[in-house]
Design a protein around this ligand. Structure first.
Ligand SMILES: *[C@@H]1O[C@H](CO)[C@@H](O)[C@H](O)[C@H]1NC(C)=O
Ligand SMILES: *[C@@H]1O[C@H](CO)[C@@H](O)[C@H](O)[C@H]1NC(C)=O
Ligand SMILES: *[C@@H]1O[C@H](CO)[C@@H](O)[C@H](O)[C@H]1NC(C)=O
Ligand SMILES: *[C@@H]1O[C@H](CO)[C@@H](O)[C@H](O)[C@H]1NC(C)=O
Length: 538
């Protein structure tokens, strides 16, 4: 492999990947429901004497408030609902003074701490030892020790000195290093989080709704039993630390999770300080939490050895267990919510198999205005070749074809989302703009065509496309390859990030035409299936 002109980020990804060979482990407990903690507050406005006969209050259907008061009870023990390296769902996780406490009388039931968390330092090639968690980051505590530290004394009438952080929490232990990047934020962190939560709580047949829903304008997420996510906590990032320059990370979170509260490092310090006193022992109790950690994910084989994608540990664990489908229906809630927000077609008509689209929409994510891009002449020839292909196809009249040459930096975020949501074939030079592929609705034809400098390859968009059930082609000037013929490891040769990437436009047009024709003929999609084969193949 060549290491000329490797960007810092790429080098870190590559070498972290190559250096980590840990065994893959899965824990999956029966995700039985927590005790309901629904509190219903009904305060109908008193009616005036004149109108009272015409006013009907319907409160009869509301169930009696139920709430489990833990104040005087034994501490519920921590359990692991699901685990893959870097991704762990806990019930009853505790924290005090910045340490995550696993409250248990039997520590043998837990994955190694280094596969769940880290010191949260930014990763580099030499500091894995400094990222191995210590007892400061995560520790076991026995019920008796917890009672001694946080249990109630006579002044509190025996009530435990623990505060519950109610609902479902995403606890992100990642350093800001990658958070301020649309691809890493949406297509790794959120993508993996949703895959893991959706998968862990997936139930077939769907459970009937038991609680009375609150009035809401939000379309319910398409999942039968995934818990509502109440908050995200970025332990190591400040207010700006999780936002990307074009603004997509903030846009995404508000569009998809309009009622989610976001806490950052300052808020976490509040929580640390609130539980730091040696005079009075206090703790936080998280009834349901997904803890994610980038360093821990890289210690797993699927991420570290094969894909360099943190989300791959989460996705592949659930795909192997049959908890998420292989054609992106599990992700439709995120995609649909974003498209609805942007004013596009949320296309929620999910089918168990991929369908043939009515229109072939080719979207070219044009990077000529940015650092890494095509030779100018090759870019013009590519656009001409695509326009000519689409014109010819529309004359043939079998189905409608469209071509869009999109400069993302010239149009609004809403416009970008809407066009990505209609796209069947996304074309572009390797780069962040291709992250929009997560908004494409997978169809029989859906594909991502990614152009690299000849010899260059990275897995970011390749893995993500295939895990949504879409075909991915890599193009090197006038040749292409697809899974399983991609290079075994990423490579960033000279010119990878430069402005002189060559491509033969007519070659790309021909590749796309042949791809669509093969699907129209019903040819089996060889290796299109994103089956978790990264591990099986090699
Ligand atoms: C790697 O990170 C550690 C801190 O964890 C730092 O001390 C060291 O200088 C870094 N090395 C490089 C090459 O950046
Ligand atoms: C938290 O506690 C530390 C140590 O006592 C203090 O320096 C810091 O100002 C506190 N931070 C906040 C946000 O209260
Ligand atoms: C919390 O951590 C601080 C600094 O590490 C330490 O001085 C303090 O004693 C700790 N408090 C408790 C309750 O352990
Ligand atoms: C790209 O392919 C064309 C056509 O085969 C060839 O003429 C040209 O030299 C190639 N360019 C590079 C940089 O490989």
């Amino acid at each position: 492999m060549a290491f000329r002109n490797v960007s810092r980020r790429d080098a870190i990804l590559l070498l972290l990947g190559a250096s980590c060979f840990y065994t893959f482990s899965v824990f999956l407990q029966n995700p039985s429901s927590p005790p309901p903690s629904l509190i219903i507050d009904t305060h109908p406005q008193p009616a005036s004497a004149e109108t009272v006969t015409e006013t009907v209050f319907t409160t009869a259907a509301l169930p009696a408030p139920t709430r489990v008061d833990l104040g005087l009870q034994k501490f519920p023990e921590t359990t692991v609902v699901a685990h893959a390296p870097g991704w762990t769902i806990f019930r009853n996780l505790y924290s005090a003074n910045g340490t995550l406490f696993l409250l248990t009388s039997d520590p043998s039931h837990f994955p190694p701490h280094r596969l769940m968390t880290s010191t949260g330092l930014p990763g580099n090639l030499t500091n894995d030892p400094q990222r191995i968690p210590t007892s400061r980051e995560m520790a076991f505590i026995t019920p008796a020790e917890a009672e001694a530290r946080w249990g109630g004394g006579p002044s509190l009438n025996g009530r435990n000195r623990v505060s519950t952080v109610e609902g479902t929490t995403l606890l992100f232990n990642d350093p800001p290093q990658f958070l301020n990047h649309y691809y890493h934020f949406v297509a790794e962190l959120i993508y993996g989080s949703w895959a893991f939560l959706y998968g862990a709580f997936y139930e077939q047949p769907a459970k009937p709704l038991t609680s009375v829903p609150e009035p809401s304008f939000n379309t319910p997420l398409i999942s039968n039993s995934t818990p509502k996510i109440d908050r995200a906590i970025f332990i190591h990032a400040d207010v700006k630390g999780w936002r990307d320059a074009p603004g997509f990370n903030g846009y995404f979170m508000r569009a998809v999770f309009p009622s989610m509260t976001i806490e950052v490092s300052t808020d976490w310090i509040d929580r640390i300080n609130a539980t730091a006193s040696t005079e009075i022992g206090r703790a936080w109790h998280f009834p349901l939490v997904l803890l994610t950690d980038r360093s821990a994910a890289f210690r797993g084989a699927i991420t570290g050895q094969y894909t360099q994608r943190t989300a791959a540990e989460a996705w592949m664990t659930m795909a192997k267990l049959g908890k998420i489908d292989l054609i992106g229906n599990w992700w439709a809630s995120m995609r649909g919510a974003l498209l609805r927000y942007a004013g596009g077609d949320p296309h929620e008509d999910l089918a168990p198999v991929l369908a043939m689209p009515d229109t072939i929409v080719i979207t070219y994510i044009n990077r000529q205005g940015t650092r890494r891009h095509l030779r100018d002449a090759d870019n013009s020839a590519l656009v001409a070749a695509m326009e000519s292909l689409v014109a010819r196809k529309n004359l043939e009249g079998t189905r409608k074809w469209e071509f869009h040459d999109v400069h993302a930096e010239r149009i609004s975020l809403d416009e970008q989302v809407k066009i990505a949501g209609r796209t069947t074939i996304m074309l572009g030079v390797h780069g962040n703009g291709l992250t929009h592929l997560v908004l494409m609705k997978p169809t029989l034809v859906s594909a991502v065509v990614e152009m690299f400098i000849p010899g260059g390859f990275a897995r970011d968009y390749e893995w993500t496309s295939r895990s949504l059930g879409m075909k991915h082609y890599s193009v090197w000037n006038d040749t292409s390859f697809t899974h399983p013929n991609e290079p075994p490891i990423p490579d960033y040769p000279e010119g990878f990030h430069g402005p002189n990437i060559p491509v033969v436009g007519t070659f790309v047009a021909d590749l796309i035409e042949k791809h669509v024709a093969s699907r129209e003929k019903g040819e089996p999609s060889v290796n299109n299936s994103p089956v978790y084969d990264a591990v099986q193949d090699r």
